[in-house]
Design a protein around this ligand. Structure first.
Ligand SMILES: Nc1nc2c(ncn2[C@@H]2O[C@H](COP(=O)(O)OP(=O)(O)OP(=O)(O)O)[C@@H](O)[C@H]2O)c(=O)[nH]1
Length: 205
């Protein structure tokens, strides 16, 4: 059984809880308590593999609230960064969060910057009040080499299900890549050790 840990980050009111609850329950629930961090668990099967999914939904992050970000950055295997397409400030905050994920990963995880991230422009149903164009979201995602999707937690389940499924697949690949890399560097050091012990001795015979 694989354990997959995701964190949802974004401005207050961007719709993080709505997006997550839509994915977990298929339902849109209008209001959520927003004064506490929440950790959700779900068992899933993706591509025939059983997964234990944990999703951290912290209470809101302002652009300067680095301390809130640091915990999930160390903990999570992947991120969903949510902004509200009808609120430019939330988009600017998402930009800052993406930068902070990159920087924190660089500092803490030995250059492991390629952590899977999905940038989500939520509240697509409010396009009459749109403040962020879709191509701005796509462009920001390209700059940060992450996936991008506009969704409406209020109106649609399928886009949200697709983005989580895609992110989870990416996380599984990333975890496998990291495990292979560790095994490879472990076997390289073992080969070096064997070489040092036996190789040198053989030379001196
Ligand atoms: N129109 C519309 N409203 C939405 C959508 N998603 C969420 N909302 C509303 O936006 C408000 C904030 O949603 P939340 O899911 O609580 O936002 P959050 O990012 O978790 O907010 P905090 O918990 O305060 O950080 C609520 O009133 C939701 O009903 C959406 O897709 N469309």
């Amino acid at each position: 059984m694989n354990d997959i840990k995701l964190a949802l980050l974004g401005s207050q009111g961007a719709g993080k809880s709505a997006v997550l609850v839509r994915f977990l329950t298929r339902r849109f629930i209008g209001e959520y308590a927003s004064n506490a961090n929440s950790l959700y668990h779900k068992r899933l099967s993706i591509d025939g593999r059983q997964l234990n999914l944990e999703v951290f939904d912290p209470c809101s992050q302002g652009s300067e609230a680095r301390c809130i970000l640091e915990e999930p950055v160390d903990w999570a295997d992947g991120f969903v960064v949510v902004y509200n397409i009808s609120d430019r400030t939330s988009f600017i905050n998402a930009k800052n969060i993406l930068r902070q994920i990159r920087e924190a990963r660089m500092d803490n995880c030995k250059g492991d910057t390629e952590v899977p991230v999905c940038l989500v422009g939520n509240k697509q149903d409010l396009c009459h009040a749109r403040q962020v164009r879709e191509d701005e979201g796509r462009c920001l995602a390209q700059e940060n080499r992450c996936h991008f999707q506009e969704v409406s937690a209020a109106e649609s389940y399928q886009d949200i299900a697709n983005l989580f499924t895609q992110l989870i697949r990416q996380v599984m690949e990333h975890l496998k890549y990291r495990a292979d890399r560790r095994r490879y560097s472990g076997s390289k050091s073992m080969a070096k050790l064997i070489n040092n012990v036996f190789g040198k001795r053989r030379k001196s015979v």
